[in-house]
Every structure is written in C-alpha cells, then in structure tokens.
Design a protein around this ligand. Structure first.
Ligand code: SF4
Ligand code: SF4
Length: 333
C-alpha cells in the first residue's frame, strides 16, 4: 500500500513526514521503524493489512481505567516501532522488521469491524502491541469503518508522531493511552532513541482536543525514578493536561536489552503517593496484590473496585456519575 506523509525529490530520494525522525530514504531503504520503505521513489507502508496479534482484551489492559470500565476491546497489532526502548516489553514484534516476521496474518477493515461488532461486551477496536502510528494508513482505514459501525477506537501509542498526522488520527480515535516514558530529553535519547519534546506536544494536542487521554509511565529503577524529575513530570501533567488526567505508573521487569532490576513495589507506591498530591487519578500497575480502586475526586466515594482486571462498579450511576455527591467522574461509561 502506498504510504502517506512524505515528500519526494528528483533523484528518487524521499523524506517521511509521519514521525519526528524524518527519515530520508534512498530507493530500497527502509526507515527507522523498518516497515515504511522507499520502493522506486514511492513510500510504501509495508505492514498495511498485516497483523501480528489479535485478541479480545479487557479495556483495563490497554491500560484505560476511565473509558468504559469493565468492557472488552478487540486489540490488533502488527510489527515495527519508531522507538528502540531498551526495556521494550513487546520486543519480539516491535523490534522486528517486515522481513523477519513470516507469521503475519492478513486482515481487512471489514473483517475486524465484523469481529468487533459481533463480540459481546466489546466496545470497539484498539490499535496496540507494537506502535500503531507507523501503521497509519491501516489504522485510519479500520478506524473510519469502525466508527461508521458505531464502535469506539482506541490507540495505545508512544506519542512520537508529527502533529498533522496526529490531528487526523484524533478525528478518528476516541481514546488514547500514551506513554510518557521519562521526563528528560537525555532519557529519551539514550534509552528510547527518540526525543521528549514531540511526545509532550502529542499529549498537549490530544488533551486540547477533548479526546479521552490516559498517560502511562513505566518506572525503571535508576533510570527514571529520580524523585525531583518525577515531581516535575507530574507538575507538567497537571499544568498542561489537567489535574484529572489519569496517570498509570507501571512496574518494570527486565526485558530486551535492559539489565536494571525490577521496580521495587515500595518505589512505585511512594511515587504514586507523590503523584496524588497533584493529580486526582493515579494508579500503580503491574504490582501483584495492589488495589487500584477508583474513588470520586470530589467526595472520595468508592466508585469502582478492581482486582487485577476484575472490575466491580459500586456507587456509580450508569452514566458514570458518583452516587455520593453527583459529580460526573466518567465521560465514557
Ligand atoms: S514513520 Fe518510520 S520511516 Fe517515517 S520518519 Fe518515522 S521512523 Fe522514519
Ligand atoms: S515505544 Fe513501546 S513498542 Fe516501541 S520500543 Fe518502546 S516500549 Fe517497545
């Protein structure tokens, strides 16, 4: 499939404009994501219509805790990523090029929408597992068809995308789960091989659009758990995205190229408490036995009790209103 978002030059070279890497590709070359390639002076999206994984997941697994809690979502992914996070938990698919992924299954928008529409308790389609931004053309096609069928669309992303394509996706995607992996450009450069500023721009743009947004921060000992920097990140979220922004802190386990030990539970809990000084909804994920209940930010009534992915709605109306004080806590319930 011919890709979008590029400019071409008379010598057959082209520049991809989809993400801030701005790869300049000679004929035969692929970008840093390894799935968008210059074939004879035209940019091709190599993973269009190709799936590495397709599962029905709890929406909490994306993670999204304030978007149709307790529902499921058909989750689809392909291969490739424009980042190279040393700690990538999905490295088998994210760091694979198209030629190293022989098991990809073909899919169409019609098939995915049909599957999603016929599944019970399912709200729609999530683009996840690897980085969906580099799957732009297929994501846009599926999301358009999904929306026409009355389904919801979710994108789980690293946020490393240029503003124009992002704005087009915002027109099609109902909820975003965005990684904010650290809060220094050094961390982004050294650990993910990308930059911080474009991710902050993405977060601001999504928040300003009014689309549902939840932010995920994977806490890695010695790399991004410095308290002073963490406080700056939380203050930035409050100031730029709003104090009711949902923040998920997630425990890390060694994967791919990372050698750091797993996040100690006490670190995650301490950072959660710090974040709660500024933000109304902070959750600590990937921690066995830790409760991630939702309480009303206004009156502290228990609204949702969670144990793993098991969700029980308590004192909340079918419209997402707290029965303790009448505050609308969930916009999408
Ligand atoms: S999407 Fe891929 S090819 Fe395009 S600029 Fe980003 S890494 Fe390069
Ligand atoms: S952005 Fe996500 S999928 Fe891509 S390398 Fe980083 S952790 Fe893996």
């Amino acid at each position: 499939m011919k890709a979008r978002w590029y400019e071409s030059y008379t010598d057959g070279t082209l520049k991809c404009l989809l993400c801030p890497h701005s790869c300049v590709l000679k004929p035969g070359q692929s970008g840093r994501c390894r799935v968008r390639s210059n074939l004879g002076g035209t940019l091709f999206a190599g993973t269009w219509g190709l799936l590495s994984a397709l599962h029905m997941d709890p929406v909490e697994k994306k993670p999204l805790y304030h978007f149709y809690p307790g529902k499921e979502i058909l989750s689809a992914g392909s291969v490739g990523c424009n980042l190279r996070c040393r700690f990538c938990q999905n490295c088998e698919i994210s760091q694979a090029g198209l030629n190293e992924s022989p098991g990809l299954q073909p899919a169409t928008a019609e098939k995915l929408v049909s599957l999603a529409s016929s599944a019970e308790n399912n709200i729609g389609i999530a683009f996840t597992y690897n980085e969906p931004a580099i799957w732009f053309e297929f994501v846009a096609e599926v999301a358009s068809a999904s929306r026409l069928a009355g389904l919801k669309n979710v994108m789980v992303t690293n946020g490393y995308i240029n503003q124009e394509p992002l704005k087009e996706l915002i027109g099609l995607i109902d909820a975003f789960s965005v990684d904010l992996k650290g809060f220094t450009d050094d961390f982004y450069r050294n650990i993910t091989h990308a930059g911080l500023a474009p991710v902050l721009d993405t977060l601001r743009t999504i928040a300003a659009s009014g689309r549902h947004l939840e932010v995920v921060n994977l806490v890695i000992p010695g790399l991004n758990d410095d308290e002073a920097t963490f406080r700056k990140m939380v203050a930035w979220i409050r100031e730029n995205l709003g104090e009711k922004t949902v923040l998920h802190l997630s425990a890390y386990y060694p994967r791919y190229l990372s050698k750091e030990p797993p996040t100690p539970p006490q670190t995650l809990i301490r950072l959660s408490e710090i974040a709660r000084e500024d933000l109304a909804y902070v959750y600590a994920g990937n921690l066995a036995g830790y409760r991630n209940d939702t309480r009303c930010h206004h009156c502290n009534t228990l609204l949702i009790s969670r144990s793993g992915y098991h969700v029980e709605k308590r004192n909340v109306s079918s419209e997402g209103v707290c029965l303790g004080c009448g505050t609308r806590v969930f916009q999408n319930f």
